[in-house]
Design a protein around this ligand. Sequence first.
Ligand code: URA
Length: 434
Amino acid sequence: MRAVDIIVSKRDGRSLTRDEIDFFVAGVATGALPDYQASALLMAMLLRGMTLEETACLTEAMIRSGTRADWRGLPGPKIDKHSTGGVGDKTSLVLAPLAAACGAVVPMMSGRGLGHTGGTLDKLAAIPGFRVHLTLDEIGRALARTGCALIGQTEQIAPADRRLYALRDVTGTVESIPLITASIMSKKIAEGIDALVLDVKAGRGALMQTPDDARRLAESLVAIGRRAGLRTEAVISAMDAPLGLAVGNALEVIECLEVLKGRGPADLVALSTELAGRMLVLGGLVPGRSDACRLVQGAIASGAGLDRFRRIIEQQGGDPRVVDDAARLPAAPHRHRVAAPRDGYLADIDARLIGRASVALGAGRDRLDDEVDPAVGVVLASKPGAQIRAGDPLIEVHYREPARLDAALPLLVRAVRLADGPSEPPPLVRGEVV
Ligand code: URA
């Protein structure tokens, strides 16, 4: 078989066979396939599309490029949640300890921030000492002791995805539903779970900008999950404005702790509860969603979720004292307030611009090897819909270097839109694929 024939076949719009896809993925995993041929095929896949059958073959080949974890020896359903990424999207840190406190076993594998979107791994890395790179043995021990492991992609899980993702990131081939599906689902299936709740984000701050594209992605993810025998469902949620108020790694950890203490912003509490509730139902722990959500709310009210988070942090080498003393988290040396120029109503906060501003401050990466500053970011004073007076604070910027503040400020000012009259913020949950 020759790589060039496979590229030509896809370029001309034909469906690839299982053997051709296996050849491609094996070449990527071993390094036998040069980057230029892998990239050419990725571009042909993006432009010509792939059938569900091809997407399933690609997912399976990517799983076989590494190990498939097996936690069947541990009691309890193994359940995860995956979000397609957004700005201020921190539900993982809230719902993983809550679901574990309610009886789920949560082997949660997350990624670093991508472009303007934040990543759970970067947020966890803001907790002093927290280790996200665990071996499969260490993950097993963490699951047995705390019911949860919050980890980065290991060398053993879907290694072909690592190389493919790095190529996609620099060749304009990220935004393809079949490629995103195979990338996400290969890692999730290889993680050894029984059930998966997907949070597919739709809007300006998301990978999928329109509700229709988000639905197509959700349907593709759910179909591939089910083919692999995984109980899978998806929620489509809004990502036009940031989720919650904080954007930036340590700032988001503080906001998650607030939610677990019963005090977080309403949208973050609502989405975390909804997703955790769905995890409990899909995992077979609770029969109905309203009971499951009540159980999750009970784990917040009793402090069981907060206590579980403390244990997870300790188990993974982090400083558990941050749970009761947020001052132990990294803090930026300077603050700057963006104030409202006039009276009005907060009509809109553009998640993409807020995400780009937080990258400009150093909270994310422009290049793959950039260092992330865990302390910097922004905290919004209000959510869309709020009434504002001239001079009211709109955004508090936590920064280290004045030059970075200068780069972020014009984006922040553009991100906020004031209107003369009130408007109803759109619903957070836009749909589901069940
Ligand atoms: N997240 C992933 O893991 N893969 C993609 O392709 C996109 C988002």
